[in-house]
Design a protein around this ligand. Structure first.
Ligand code: ZN
Ligand code: ZN
Ligand code: FE
Length: 764
């Protein structure tokens, strides 16, 4: 028999996810009151518990709205509903006892300033007018200022600031936007900015921000302390200032990110569609790669030889005050020397950035954990992370299955680490290239910090197979954990499977620059039949000498010679290729001799190196300033293919080996015929798509597997990613790509963790 709808019912709701410190209880209070429900809400050790009493209709509406209208920063992962016997509550109350326990609650990432706070910032009548640390429960710093759990003011870098009576009243009022906003502050009681010159002498001024603006207008370089670290800042329209910054930072060609005050300013130099606009304005405020406009208004030096420019909107009040209404854009590049981690400490910044910055705009709210800006590019309306960091970390990647507690140490370049707890994988912020001691210190610190604030004590440690990676060495030193080594390209594919909740076998196309193979050679153009706990190498690019090893990464012309030698032997000297004539003859002869005598020529099956070699043959560049630069420029210049393809071939004895020679001879003949590099690049891309789609078709016939996962740094190439996905779908494949973690080595740690768990479970 159906219950009468008006009878008094009671339910207990247990809500899990990011539900503390985000204005969740006031939201619940208001929702319950609106629906005439009685009961109470309280924080518990693993979320929020709500008791509701009232009509069934009211309770159902409550559940609907809980799912759809919760505060911007809340992220609900589970709601359990349990029937109760009504207790006769006569009102709804916020239960004040705050019993947190083992940190099973999720910690919010740092969040860009909300509209309400922004309005106060620019309102001359508001007590926070022009105050650079304005925040509330819906916005502000979180992850970067937390030292320990529970997330409470004394456990953050705000502990040094005692709230004034007005701020305290806001903090205590459940109807105030700042109820329990831990970083709550105002000009009277909160952090302050100060301006210094490079001699560490304070610049006398009543308004350090306005003075900074004039200094930037005059072409100076200012180091600005932000949310996750220092930025080096110059006026993006000032060619000389940009050039000076590059010289002092020893950053020759890598693009510099910019920040603009609003969408209208961005339209002056970049094209942006709806999806890009929404991403720019999202509360994560990542750097978004946008196509440059024809009449590009910024200095050429911002993003030379590149069709795109990385742009973000301000994410702190300080940023708004600096850029909005004052500049079309400011260059905001990380405050570091070339590849070191960004500076976060005032003293450290003075020390390390003294030779780069003319002035320092600092503040006295400490940053406990550095966090670089995230970088995203939209491809086919989907977001592709190039770097997943500030704004996203530490929101977990939600997995299909529960994992044992694991620490995965990541790879060497673009390192991130991953900690797991149940079905949550916490991928760390960008740590960087683990090639120097400063970065290694940051790596160790991040692991310790994450373990503490997430309350995870890992039992298993996963690491790359490469014996010399610093991350591998770290893992070797951890004697108390079960150690699992994971092949690099296997980890790439499983990271893609994991974020897509796929556990059945897939055909994995794992394409990147370098990774240590099971046979000790360098892999990177791998087709792997992949399961979570193991893989089988079904196909790969033919292994080619890398003359000089790592030197061949910095000098793609060496790879070009290696491929030409493969195709033509000594006859390569008879080819009519402009790039050959520009090479130093004696160097050229040495490289050929190295190849023929096999001196310092490790073998590689890398697709990234193939891109490099083709780029060098086309005369795009013989040397690179950063890894992948030649391949990136090859992508940038590609003209839409006309459907013409180069021939391709593979041999299939034991494993399928893809022979690069027909493609190389095709490219060489086109160069000799005077076909433009743009057309050749387009045709080269189209050939790779057709070839790999064809190869997958053959493997599907043999194995019956109809899912393909695309991962590895080469899939940062939008033409390859989008074109190959399309070709595969046309062949009825289900195609898995990345949307939550980077395809590059920044996503590897996730794959390592999932593989380690599968291996340990198989072993029982
Ligand atoms: Zn706010
Ligand atoms: Zn105050
Ligand atoms: Fe890789």
């Amino acid at each position: 028999m159906q219950k009468e709808r008006s009878a008094r019912e009671a339910r207990r709701l247990s809500v899990k996810g990011i539900v503390q410190g985000v204005g969740f209880r006031p939201f619940v209070y208001q929702l319950a009151t609106t629906l005439n429900l009685k009961g109470q809400v309280a924080n518990t050790s693993n979320g929020v518990t709500i008791i509701l009493e009232g009509s069934l209709d009211g309770i159902e509406l409550f559940l609907q709205r809980l799912a759809t209208q919760s505060p911007p920063l809340a992220h609900i992962t589970h709601v359990d509903v349990e029937p109760l016997t009504p207790n006769g509550y006569n009102d709804f109350s916020i239960h004040q006892s705050r019993e947190y326990a083992q940190g099973l609650t999720l910690i919010s990432p740092d969040v860009s300033i909300c509209d309400d706070c922004k309005n106060e910032l620019f309102d001359p009548g508001d007590r926070r007018h022009g105050y650079p640390f304005t925040n509330c429960t819906n916005c502000g710093p979180r992850y970067t200022i937390i030292d320990d759990i529970p997330y409470d003011r004394p456990k953050t870098s705000m502990r040094h600031f005692r709230m004034c009576p007005e701020c305290q009243a806001e903090y205590d009022d459940p109807f105030n936007r700042r109820f329990h906003a831990q970083p709550n502050a105002c000009p009277v009681c909160g952090p302050q900015v100060a301006l210094y010159d490079r001699e560490q002498k304070q610049v006398e001024t009543n308004n350090p921000i306005e003075t900074t603006i004039s200094l930037l207008k005059a072409g100076h370089i200012v180091a600005v302390k932000g949310l996750g670290g220092f930025h080096l800042v110059v006026d993006a329209e000032n060619e000389t200032a940009v050039k000076t910054l590059r010289q002092r930072k020893h950053r020759e060609e890598k693009p510099l990110a910019v920040m603009s005050g609003d969408i209208e300013s961005i339209r002056q130099f970049a094209l942006l569609g709806q999806e890009n606009k929404a991403l720019l304005q999202s509360r994560q405020r990542p750097i978004v790669l946008l196509e440059k406009k024809d009449n590009y208004a910024l200095a050429r030096g911002v993003s030379p030889k590149n069709q795109t420019v990385g742009v973000m909107l301000p994410y702190t009040p300080l940023h708004y005050l600096l850029v909005k209404n004052h500049f079309t854009a400011l260059v905001m590049t990380s405050g570091n020397l070339s590849e070191e981690p960004i500076a976060i400490d005032n003293t450290d910044a003075f020390d390390r950035l003294r030779d780069i910055a003319d002035y320092f705009l600092i503040h006295d709210r400490d940053i406990y954990l550095r966090s670089d800006d995230s970088v995203i590019r939209m491809v086919d309306n989907k977001q592709q992370f190039l770097r997943r960091s500030r704004g996203y970390v530490p929101v977990p990647i939600f997995l299909k299955s529960r994992l044992k507690p694991i620490l995965a140490c990541g790879a060497e370049l673009k390192n991130t680490v991953c900690l797991t707890r149940e079905d949550h994988a916490f991928l760390s912020q960008h740590i960087g290239d683990l090639e120097n001691l400063t970065t290694y210190d940051f790596f160790e610190m991040t692991i310790a910090h994450l373990k503490r604030i997430l309350s995870i004590e890992p039992e298993i440690i996963a690491h790359d197979m490469h014996p010399d990676y610093l991350s591998t060495r770290y893992a070797m030193e951890q004697s108390r954990m079960v150690r699992i080594d994971v092949q690099h390209h296997h980890a790439h594919i499983v990271s893609c499977m994991a974020e897509n909740h796929v556990e059945e076998p897939v055909i994995g196309l794992s394409f990147d620059g370098t990774g240590y193979g099971e046979d000790g050679s360098l892999w990177g153009g791998e087709v792997l039949i992949t399961r979570l706990d193991r893989f089988e190498r079904a196909a790969h690019l033919t292994r080619i000498p890398m003359p000089g090893g790592a030197a061949a990464i910095k000098e793609p012309w060496r790879m070009a010679i290696s491929y030409l030698h493969r195709a033509y032997g000594k006859n390569l000297f008879n080819r009519n290729l402009p790039f050959l004539r520009e090479l130093d003859e004696s160097k050229l002869n040495i490289i050929v001799e190295m190849i023929e005598k096999d001196i310092n020529c490790p073998r590689t099956s890398s697709l990234g190196r193939f891109f490099d070699g083709i780029a060098a043959m086309l005369g795009i560049r013989s040397h690179v300033a950063f890894e992948g630069q030649a391949a990136m420029e090859l992508e940038m210049m590609a003209e839409a293919s006309t459907g013409n393809l180069y021939e391709y071939a593979w041999s299939s004895e034991d494993k399928i080996q893809i022979d690069p020679c027909p493609i190389i001879t095709g490219v060489v003949m086109d160069i000799e015929k005077g076909v433009t590099p743009s057309v050749i690049s387009g045709k080269f891309h189209a050939t790779l798509m057709a070839m790999f789609a064809d190869l997958c078709r053959v493997i599907k016939k043999e194995t019956g597997i109809s899912q393909v996962a695309l991962s590895g740094g080469c899939f940062q190439n939008a033409i390859l990613l989008s074109g190959l996905s399309r070709s595969l779908r046309d062949l009825d494949f289900h195609v898995l790509t990345h949307e939550k973690v980077p395809a590059n080595d920044g996503g590897i740690a996730l794959g390592q963790a999932v593989i380690a768990d599968a291996i340990v479970r198989r072993a029982g």
